[in-house]
Design a protein around this ligand. Structure first.
Ligand SMILES: Cc1cc2nc3c(=O)[nH]c(=O)nc-3n(C[C@H](O)[C@H](O)[C@H](O)COP(=O)(O)OP(=O)(O)OC[C@H]3O[C@@H](n4cnc5c(N)ncnc54)[C@H](O)[C@@H]3O)c2cc1C
Length: 193
């Protein structure tokens, strides 16, 4: 039903160093870095190659539009509903997941913020959680991530002002664009609080 497509004339004729499954923010970033360091990288993507030919409509997530798998794939959305079970019983729903070049970054809100150091020690944030599987800490720390955050922010040209709650004098954030009048009003009223 859903035909895979290839943009390499004969991918089987090349000896690839790395196969990256999925071209979302994660896969495409790591594949890009590996390709730039000289590795031959093959991306395998379930959805369509969307640049230029994407049918994005007006940019909203059209839950009420044509929900056929083909139509969803053309818009860059995950084609099939997910099935799950909740305390209300079984359920089926379309998850807000991207499918196609760019993955979910075709839908996302484009806020590229860092996690906070405390996010890497989740158990301490929820002392009342009791008997649960929330780990004390992740196997990696925020500090180990910092050089990669800097590289990713540079790669994606992230704009913003330094986070006063999590300062990093060596981050290379580009200057943010000026706020619209409405956002400026919101910002000022927020700061006044
Ligand atoms: C509405 C919305 C708003 C968001 N806003 C933000 C935000 O502002 N800031 C932020 O940081 N994050 C945001 N997120 C979250 C962010 O978009 C995701 O965390 C991120 O895109 C996940 O990247 P990923 O590469 O892990 O997965 P995805 O981007 O989901 O990519 C996975 C890719 O793998 C492909 N794939 C899956 N299975 C296969 C298979 N078997 N074979 C081949 N290919 C396969 C998929 O088609 C897809 O292209 C938002 C998400 C949504 C839905």
């Amino acid at each position: 039903m859903l035909q895979p497509e290839s943009h390499d004339a004969a991918p089987a004729d090349t000896l690839w160093d790395v196969l990256v499954v999925g071209t979302g923010m994660g896969g495409s970033t790591v594949g890009h870095e590996l390709a730039r360091s000289g590795r031959r990288v093959l991306f395998l993507e379930r959805g369509h190659f969307l640049f230029g030919s994407a049918d994005r409509g007006n940019g909203t997530i059209p839950f009420d539009a044509d929900d056929s798998p083909e139509s969803r794939l053309r818009r860059g959305h995950w084609p099939l509903p997910l099935q799950g079970r909740t305390s209300f019983g079984p359920t089926e729903f379309f998850a807000p997941l991207g499918c196609g070049s760019g993955g979910s970054s075709g839908l996302y809100a484009a806020q590229l913020e860092r996690l906070l150091p405390a996010d890497f020690e989740p158990r301490a944030n929820y002392p009342e959680a009791g008997d649960c599987t929330l780990p004390e800490s992740w196997p990696i720390s925020y500090q180990e991530f910092v050089p990669w955050y800097r590289r990713a922010e540079k790669l994606y040209g992230v704009r913003g002002t330094p986070d006063p709650l999590n300062p990093d004098p060596d981050s290379a954030l580009r200057e943010p664009p000026s706020l619209s009048a409405r956002d400026q009003d919101f910002d000022e009223s927020f700061r006044a609080l």
